[in-house]
Ligand binder design. Structure first.
Ligand SMILES: [Zn+2]
Length: 279
């Protein structure tokens, strides 16, 4: 388990496990001969992707950022993605019960980011975190509802519609501060309305950057995923992010890195963005 203090807040990285993603899709237009120096693929060209959520304890609230794949995937998708379903066990190991969570934030509504929002109980689908208020972007939800050919498979309404029906999920219209020190910022690219979560306490900042920079192997400005619906916009959003995160020394949290859930980024002498070792 990875835990650190950021100002007055405590951050714990908690995983839902790892799942296989095609290396070509993960690294987009980057040739395998180059990306395979950073990440090893198996005989089917799959690489292991992490599913990192973060628990933030502010002293007042307990906040869960992202909820992994969950345990409700249909059989066809279980065969592809395995459904590790480890988040609740790992939360328990970190001393967090589902009832303790006050706020859940989904950076976007792809199935590998909001799966544990809900669980099946009998023939109903209910909130996994009964006392939590859930937040997502309204335009992200509207896009998922369209069920377009390109990405319909990623949007599974049981992960969020039951929460909207009970009023437990609130849809946001752009950037917002949810509680003091916790805000969301829309950074388009991976999806048109993906948001990052910015955590700020005692003049220190961290950012759950989500699928804009999925792992520490994706730090190069142009190494954007083939999954991104707006890849050129991803590059612009990364530029914007690095312009603040590097000089202000923000801690960057990587959703899909199975080794390194977070770290500081810096530029080397050639201007390449790299991970700085955590001291
Ligand atoms: Zn993802």
């Amino acid at each position: 388990m990875h835990r650190l203090t950021l100002g007055d807040f405590e951050l714990t990285a908690v995983s839902d496990g790892t799942y296989p993603l095609d290396g070509g899709a993960f690294f987009g237009v980057v040739p395998k001969i180059i990306w395979s120096k950073k990440v090893t693929a198996d005989e089917n060209n799959f690489v292991a992707a992490g599913l990192n959520s973060v628990v933030v304890r502010t002293g007042r609230e307990t906040i869960l950022i992202e909820t992994g794949i969950g345990n409700k995937l249909p059989e066809k998708l279980v065969q592809i993605y395995k459904q590790p379903a480890k988040l609740l066990d790992n939360l328990h190991a970190a001393g967090v019960a589902p009832e303790d969570i006050d706020i859940v934030i989904n950076t976007h509504l792809h199935f590998d980011h909001c799966g544990w929002n809900t669980v099946r109980r009998g023939d109903q689908i209910v909130a996994t975190f009964p006392n939590a208020k859930y937040y997502a972007q309204e335009k992200e939800w509207e896009h998922g509802r369209l069920q377009l050919e390109r990405d319909a498979i990623s949007y599974r309404s049981p992960n969020y519609d039951p929460l909207l029906e009970t009023g437990q999920m609130v849809l946001l219209n752009g950037d917002a501060e949810l509680v003091p020190g916790i805000s969301v910022k829309v950074l388009p690219g991976h999806t048109a309305n993906m948001e990052a979560v910015i955590i700020e306490s005692g003049s220190r900042k961290a950012c759950y950057i989500s699928d804009l920079i999925p792992t520490s192997a994706h730090l190069d400005m142009t190494w954007v995923m083939a999954f991104d619906v707006l890849p050129l916009q991803s590059i612009e959003s990364r530029k914007k992010y690095y312009a603040s995160a590097i000089p202000e020394k923000w801690l960057t949290v990587f959703t899909h890195d199975d080794q390194t859930p977070w770290g500081y980024v810096e530029r080397d002498e050639r201007g390449k963005v790299e991970l700085k070792a955590l001291k």
